[in-house]
Design a protein around this ligand. Sequence first.
Ligand code: PGA
Length: 214
Amino acid sequence: MKYVIGNWKANKNYAEVKSWIFSFLEVYRPNKAIYGVAASYPFLSYLQKKFGGLPNILIGAQNVSTVEEGSCTGEVTAKSLQGIVSFAIIGHSERRKHFKESDQDLALKIIQAKKYGIEPIYCVRDENDPIPDGVKFVAYEPVAAIGTGQNEAPEKMLEMKKKIKLPKDCIFLYGGSVNEKNASSYFATKEVDGFLIGKASLDPLQFFAIGKQA
Ligand code: PGA
């Protein structure tokens, strides 16, 4: 099985989410990919209700709080997400950069996610980002490839895969301008277990088409 994880980032409103689901369900047939959708918090339970029962579909968050619960206005905790999502993206480079999330913060987030049964998908920019204990899913996302349309060549990705200190038996995802046209070149290496996909996941047909290549 391969993993095709969509990271919608801060895109889509309720009407757009409904329309995405409608179009996706029109084309969706289970194949060799597990499809995950990481949406903004307001849409997660709606997505879970619409998708939760379907084979090979997972719903995820794009972040969880470092704190477990209590007086932290505006935080969204792993505890509150339990039962709604099955995974959470942790350590995305946009959060490291714009929200100054440190390696220490990210390690706390991993602890929280795992405590509440949420599988972390841990993002690293290169071999210098340490991977906390307990991580199984690692997404390698070179910053220069994110959102630029300049995906990293599969050969370069393979070089980096050797340098990153990956946990044993980890699930290795690549992210950075993956689309319908370039996805097969990564699968062809037989060295990726799937993708973390931003822009191309916003289009349900393209998102589905990427998984079909698994
Ligand atoms: P992109 O985003 O596919 O738009 O490059 C990937 C990501 O940031 O996870």
